[in-house]
Design a protein around this ligand. Structure first.
Ligand SMILES: [Zn+2]
Length: 304
């Protein structure tokens, strides 16, 4: 489905896909680097895939912790320059924790040094391909996607998955972003990619089906933004549990209640009818009822 020079390293959901763009005399390019707790696995996987080749550059579709968590380790190993979307360039350069998402989401990301911006409108040349860089706001206001017209391959980040798209983070803080999601889906439809490499999950080619599913989910969330927040709260807990695997129930609840984006969702959508504690508990209960999490006495663990 993919040309030989475009390779996807897919892992579990915690680490976003890493894409290798090869076949260029200057060296391969790495797009997105996974979550930091997988950093040593990322180094092994990339070294195994590249052999003697040294990456010439690392690119990020956006700066969420599961997309750039391996940047620091790779930069240390290979001294590769790192190019990121311009919107958060200075926040990353200065490592401004309040502007980057890691503190708000209760996630980790080791500091790396971005070298240049990857700017919408530019064409990124690699192995004879001319990757168009497009802005794809919605899930993240500063996200970009990469499209190669020659192969029809789209590197979509979290703007489009085979079944849905990433949490629309700005909406959780009361900023409007559902329209931006719709516009990014329209952009993807206009590009008509033959193959989509999503941020998570296997590459797929059924564009029309994926867009229909994403749009129906989007209209559901637009009509009931509190359901989007509930979904987001569950997704954040699952991300946290994928990282920690098992955690005492009260430690997990403490993490939820002290995580700024969780507090913001509660304030905006669930307070004062529910207390922060009872809503946090309900989120975990729904994951237990859905079978994504299991309880062993007072310990919550990820379902096998
Ligand atoms: Zn993301």
């Amino acid at each position: 489905m993919l040309p030989d020079d475009i390779q996807v390293l897919e892992r579990g959901w915690l680490s976003a896909n890493t894409v290798l763009l090869r076949g260029d005399a200057r060296g391969p390019v790495i797009v997105d680097t996974g979550y930091c707790s997988h950093a040593s696995q990322t180094l092994v996987l990339i070294a195994g895939a590249l052999g003697e080749e040294l990456p010439r550059e690392i690119l990020n579709t956006h700066l969420h912790s599961d997309h750039c968590g391996g940047n620091a380790a790779l930069q240390q190993r290979y001294s590769s320059p790192i190019r990121i979307p311009p919107g958060q360039f200075w926040a990353a350069k200065d490592w401004d924790e309040s502007a980057l998402s890691y503190r708000a989401t209760g996630q980790e990301c080791p500091r790396f040094i971005p070298t240049a911006a990857l700017t919408p409108g530019e064409v990124y040349q690699q192995s004879g391909r001319e990757w168009q860089i497009h802005a794809a706001p919605g899930h993240d206001p500063d996200a970009v996607l990469m499209f190669d017209p020659k192969s029809g391959v789209l590197i979509a980040g979290d703007a489009l998955w085979e079944h849905g798209f990433g949490i629309v983070f700005p909406e959780l803080d009361g900023e409007h972003a559902f329209e931006a999601v719709a516009a990014s889906l329209d952009l993807i439809e206009a590009l008509q990619p033959a193959v989509v490499i999503p941020g998570h999950g296997a590459p797929f080619s059924g564009l029309a089906l994926a867009l229909a599913e994403a749009r129906s989910r989007l209209s559901f969330f637009k009509q009931q933004p509190e359901r989007h927040a509930q979904h987001a709260a569950k997704a954040l807990v699952m991300f946290h549990m994928l990282e920690h695997r098992r955690q005492p129930r009260d430690t997990l609840q403490h993490w939820q209640m002290s995580t700024p984006v969780h507090q913001a969702m509660w304030k905006r959508f669930f307070a004062p009818a529910q207390s922060l504690a009872s809503w946090s508990e309900q989120v975990v209960e729904q994951l237990l009822a859905g079978g994504q999490l299991k309880a062993e006495g007072e310990v919550i663990r990820i379902a096998a």
